[in-house]
Design a protein. Sequence first.
Lengths: 347, 143
Amino acid sequence: MTGDYEQRRAALAQLEQAMARETAVTPKELIHARGTLRLYRYLPQTADVYRVPVLIVMSLVSKPYIFDLAPGQSLVEHLVRAGFEVYLIDWGTPRAEHRGLKVDDYVAELLPECVEQVRAYAGADSVSLLGYCLGGIFTALYAALEAPAAAARGRLANLLQIATPINGAGMELQRALVGPGALDPDLIVDTFGNVPASMIEGAFQMLRPLQKASGRMSLLNHADDPAFVKAHLRIVRWGADALPFPGAAFRQLANDFIRGNRIVEGRYEVRGRRVDLGRIRVPLLHVVAEHDHVVPAAASRDLVRLVGSRDKDEWVIKGGHVSLVAGAGAVTRTWPRMVGWLAARST
Amino acid sequence: MSTPPSPAPAPAGPATLLSDPVKAWRDWFVRNEREWSEALTRLMKDDGVARAVGQEINTALHAQQMLAQGMATPLALLNLPTRDDVVALGERIGQLEDAVARIEAALVQALRAGAAGTAGTAHAPARTRQPPKAAKASAARRR
């Protein structure tokens, strides 16, 4: 009995080592670093590439290796093999000294700096931005602020938004939790500086309380299927690998986005400049999931309505929040469609 | 801002209450989990419940603050590091990592500039790739 247990433990340890070896292995180089921020360029794997490079912008609270989970299950690899020059922003793990970083710093300083780095490195006039979840809020705000005057060519070619929350009223549970007399976001920030990763993970679990238990049962039911076990553990491992939320950015989003709903109402300000999503004129595609419990449709659907682009579209894909960027359905259905959309607008 | 989904389950052997009751129970749980989770989150969205949960967390945060303040002196007397001391150490290690990353990025940029100087755009593939004609035409119609 003990021997059997030890064998299983050893097998699991081996599996975890194998997973770690396979994660984030698409060849890349670091081209820019500032504080904890890292800007990577994935090495092209085709003889020629599309004129417009793609810059992937991740959320602050999740690690970006979800985009490069394993060979054959990597959005980055998929884009690179399709002929794109791909760059990725890893915001890194904030430390106590970063507790004062606000959304303004990300949108008006760090993201524009990375766009300039990509343009210079690639020798390209403009870039396509791919923003996921909270990263999508950053790319949308940036696009609205950076929109050039009519007829002028801007730094931005396309916006590919994935599961982007834009309407704070649609984040019903989060809104209720920080509502009047409930959880005090300022108290969290005053206590910890940055919101600890354990609280972030706990918050995600509240959005779907029984999912973890269900996942474990599913795992037991498929314990004899190594491919299933590996795929499952990969995602579980990533989900448990949340990052702390920089305190000031959390406070700002809790107050201005979740409570105040200022983005959708056109009252959100970045460094004193009011953000009007209607100023976005570049082609925009918003890919959302039908059963997204993190960013429900009520929180995401207004984006396409509000932007001023003529070429804009929303795709509702069967599945959940993460199944847009990982999993079998993404590899075979979602990513090829996204590549087709982007390729036609990247020459 | 993400949480793991359950990967698409591979078809498992059929389990019945007679052949494997525990597995059958697990299957039933997995099939119904989404609905149950949604019912629970609906409950938590209720203002009264959300307020109670929020106030519970607020109380825990106040306790955490008091504990941190109360522990500082005893730890100093015992000549043991406080949480702040450990955090400060982590900060310094993080700053070293940042410095190494800046050097790495500068080296990559310098190598790139050197390669461009000696052999044109040595590592850069031509930016001339074209999409299939049908996709391009469809995009042009939308603009």
